[in-house]
Design a protein around this ligand. Structure first.
Ligand code: 26Q
Length: 821
């Protein structure tokens, strides 16, 4: 009989089966005949988790004896997606688990389907953090991801009567087998109160902060295993809890209700993810969330360091902390406070270590998306931090004045404080000043960061600025989500090393003209389209023909992403059919997906318009199914994994200069979709890599956009000058898509005609012409397949492994530590 070690963590089929049965029995308390699908999933999850924990302990030991330099990735969001299938791939036991399931007469696909994903993020930024966690482990770089354990993640989206309806996400309802609570890893977090000077026992004059409220942050750990390695990193998320003392204080004055209420108040801090991908002014709870997770994380890092080293002098040698946008930028002030007030360090030394610790990634140029907090709110919540920021600012602005004498307007621009009727703290400036490196997320974006957004800072510290183009995990977005394609690639290459070194996809170039590969490539795509169509029909009732071109735009709804440009094209095709029903047209299924921020009225109206157009187009006898429009509900990681393999055409049509990088563009192309796109974000580099002849480019460049804005953009002139454009917008206004309601979409159409801040009308004509080229290209199926193969072959750059290796070498200076498998 197998020994204990063997059944708990063994990798043979026998061990896995025995472990599964044991877990079903001893953890779920069930035997096969009465187990629910949830029980069956939980047993699988625990079977995998045991194997992760074995590797985790080994990793922790290896990192300890090596005193390994560690990356701390600070992010308010981690959009992880389902764990089970990804962990099976990374453990290398997908196939053997499938066989085990079959032998136990279990439905493997159903078990995977059962998992509810942790949606602890909004979109690109949160998903990037998750891809980076995968790649950090895969590249054997010791790392801790620090964030918030939101009880409610991003809302679930349903569509009712064409409108988005939000429902709260209850991902913890049935328990979370992937996390381990660490009740003893718990830190006090203060808010409010006042500061004072006092004489310390050592005789020095010191500052202290006496908060009016203290809550606790408790750690919940999730192991993150790398692909094909023994390394397991840690994702440590913080949950807010009321300390015990809450009760005593309130009970003493007999206020039972008040005590319970205060507890609830404390726990709201980690209750819910803000569902906006832009800051909302004055949201106090959001500032509390940011400080909460930042302070927990820094206190934890200090604890870890003092545990092994005894002195904080070497803190920046032990750790490098990456700020994922400005959401954790308070860390700059909080680390200063911890060093100076709590650990008695001198200002100068504290500032040197702090700057050496942090690096900052910028993810946006949009001015409305830059975080600022009112000084008044800041002072009320974090009085000591405001003092520290003022001190940092003083030293910093003196440095600016020294280098640029008699340039007070520059000083005003660069200040950490925006002056005005409402003084505000500029979080991006704080992040730049407090970091040793600043990076953008695609080449174009990083250039614009230097020449526009942070141009003054670039003048001061040119060597601080870097680019690291984003990437995505080939495990989750190819192997897990598209096993047919992964198998075909491995078969064609003769190995599966491409999964760890994506540049090896290049080998496919030699086979792009191979008719047999083209044929099999097409079969794989059609099968994925059929799978997706089945799922979509079951979700929405809309029927798609897998032979039609699947033309897909899936991403958060935002005006700059221009989903409405896509709709105008659909309306144009629709009107052409009305005018000439018998013309030959390429069959297309237009598929949209994405959530709108609940308070973003125009974004929600765009969803309604998509569904309204779908309703008419899908039922029009003249159209006769040749074009179909579908809005897939609840675009999240799990549903994205269904969608990416099924796309033929990827819509990446943001106004040039607005999309920092985009990562969906990479996921689609890696699954064989061709891209229609503007020269924006990472599209620029994708086009460079796959070749201009394999990419459908249209639209103004970022420079042309700036020029047009400068000379004065007048969209109403375009509306009146282009009869087709006018007819498309007029058809919306006629009530044709809204049962005669002629005002429903006016906020959108009026805005387009009179303001059009993202220049939809300016790019309309170029977009239509480019779409015509797409249709022509589609009609030559063999050539389309060839281009699809070449796209995949040349997309190796866009692995998050490559991005992480660049961070490790150019920004973090952190070597790998390999853990024995
Ligand atoms: C900030 C303050 C208050 C409330 C919410 C926020 C907030 C939350 C999320 C602000 C921004 C976000 C998310 C931004 C985001 O996802 N940006 C995207 O990041 C991707 C990864 O780098 C890029 O590929 C995209 O281009 C960029 O839009």
């Amino acid at each position: 009989s197998p020994n204990r070690e063997h059944t708990r963590t063994g990798m043979s089929k026998e061990a896995l089966k025995q472990a599964y049965i044991d877990n079903l029995f001893y953890i779920q308390g069930r035997f096969r005949e009465v187990a629910t699908s949830h029980d069956l999933y939980m047993a699988a999850a625990y079977t995998v988790r045991d194997r992760l924990l074995a590797r985790w302990v080994k990793s922790a030991q290896a990192f300890k004896v090596n005193r390994a330099r560690t990356v701390c990735y600070l992010s308010a969001e981690f959009l992880l997606g389902p764990h089970l299938a990804n962990n099976l791939v990374n453990l290398g036991i997908t196939k053997i688990s499938q066989e085990s399931a079959a032998e136990l007469e279990l439905d493997f696909a159903m078990i995977l389907e059962e998992e509810e994903e942790p949606g602890l993020g909004n979109g690109g930024l949160g998903r990037l953090a998750a891809c980076f966690m995968d790649s950090l482990a895969t590249q054997c770089i010791p790392a801790i991801g620090y964030g918030i354990r939101y009880e409610f993640g991003i809302f679930d989206q349903t569509i009712e009567n064409g409108w988005q309806v939000e429902r709260s996400d209850t991902w913890l309802r049935n328990g979370n087998p992937w996390e381990i609570p660490r009740p003893k890893i718990c830190f006090p977090i203060g808010f409010g109160g006042y500061t004072e000077q006092y004489r310390h026992a050592d005789g020095s004059l010191r500052h202290r902060w006496l908060p009016s409220l203290e809550i606790n942050g408790v750690a919940y750990d999730t192991p993150i295993l790398g692909y094909g390695v023994g390394n397991v990193n840690l994702l440590r998320l913080w949950k807010a809890e009321a300390p015990q003392s809450f009760d005593f204080q309130a009970f003493n004055v007999g206020d039972y209700y008040g005590a319970v209420h205060a507890k609830i108040e404390a726990e709201t801090i980690s209750k819910v993810l803000y569902p906006n991908d832009e800051p909302e002014v004055g949201k106090e709870l959001r500032l509390k969330q940011q400080f909460f997770f930042v302070s927990c994380s820094l206190q934890d890092m200090i604890r870890l360091h003092l545990n092994t080293v005894g002195s904080l002098d070497t803190f920046a040698n032990k750790f490098v902390a990456q700020l994922n946008d400005t959401h954790p930028a308070l860390a700059v002030a909080e680390l200063m406070r911890l060093f100076i007030d709590e650990h008695g360090m001198a200002w100068e030394q504290a500032w040197t270590i702090t700057r050496n610790t942090f690096c900052y990634t910028n993810h946006t140029l949009l001015p409305e998306a830059l975080e600022t907090w009112s000084v008044a709110l800041f002072e009320r919540l974090l009085p000591r931090h405001l003092e520290i920021i003022y001190l940092i600012n003083q030293d910093f602005l003196n440095q600016v004045r020294e280098k640029f004498p008699d340039d007070e307007t520059r000083v005003i621009r660069m200040s950490l404080i925006a002056e005005g009727e409402q003084r505000r703290v500029r979080m991006a400036n704080l992040a730049v000043v407090g970091s040793q490196a600043v990076n953008g997320v695609a080449a174009l974006h990083s250039e614009l960061v230097k020449t526009t957004l942070f141009n003054d800072f670039y003048d001061l510290w040119p060597e601080k600025f870097h680019n690291v183009t984003n990437g995505v995990s080939p495990r989750r977005f190819m192997v897990v989500s598209n096993p047919r394609l992964a198998d075909l690639i491995s078969h064609t290459c003769g190995h599966n090393d491409w999964i760890r070194d994506l540049s090896l996809l290049r080998h496919l170039e030699h086979h792009a003209d191979d008719v047999e590969l083209q044929q099999r490539w097409r079969e794989v795509k059609i099968a994925a389209k059929q799978d997706f169509a089945n799922w979509l029909q079951q979700q929405t009732g809309v029927v798609l023909d897998p032979q039609a071109m699947f033309d897909v735009q899936a991403k958060r709804l935002h005006e700059y992403k221009r989903q409405h440009l896509n709709i105008l094209h659909i309306i144009r095709l629709y009107q052409r059919i009305q005018q000439n029903p018998n013309q030959e047209i390429v069959s297309r299924a237009f598929i949209f997906g994405g959530k709108a921020a609940p308070g973003y009225y125009l974004a929600k109206l765009i969803i309604k318009l998509i569904n309204a157009v779908a309703e008419v187009v899908n039922h029009d006898p003249l159209v006769n199914g040749r074009i179909r429009v579908a809005f897939m509900p609840d675009f999240n990681v799990k549903n994205g994994q269904r969608l990416y393999p099924a796309a033929d055409l990827s819509e990446q049509i943001s106004l040039a200069g607005k999309e920092a990088s985009g990562t969906g563009n990479m996921k689609f192309s890696l699954n064989g979709a061709l891209t229609i796109g503007t020269l924006d974000g990472a599209n620029v580099e994708i086009r460079e890599e796959v070749g201009a002849e394999n990419f459908f480019l249209f639209g103004m460049t970022a420079a042309e956009v700036t020029a047009k804005q400068r000379e004065g953009y007048r969209p109403w002139e375009l509306y009146h000058a282009d009869p087709e454009l006018k007819a498309d917008i007029d058809l919306i206004n006629s009530g044709h898509f809204s049962r005669g309601d002629m005002v429903l979409f006016r906020p959108l159409t009026d805005h387009l005609i009179n303001h059009d801040p993202f220049m939809v009308l300016a790019d309309y004509r170029a977009y239509l012409e480019c779409q015509a080229q797409v249709s022509t290209a589609w009609s030559d199926a063999a050539n389309w397949d060839r281009m699809s193969i070449l796209n995949v072959a040349r997309m190796g750059k866009f692995s998050s492994d490559r991005a992480i290796v660049e961070y490790a070498k150019n920004i973090w200076n952190v070597p790998p530590v390999t853990v024995e498998r």
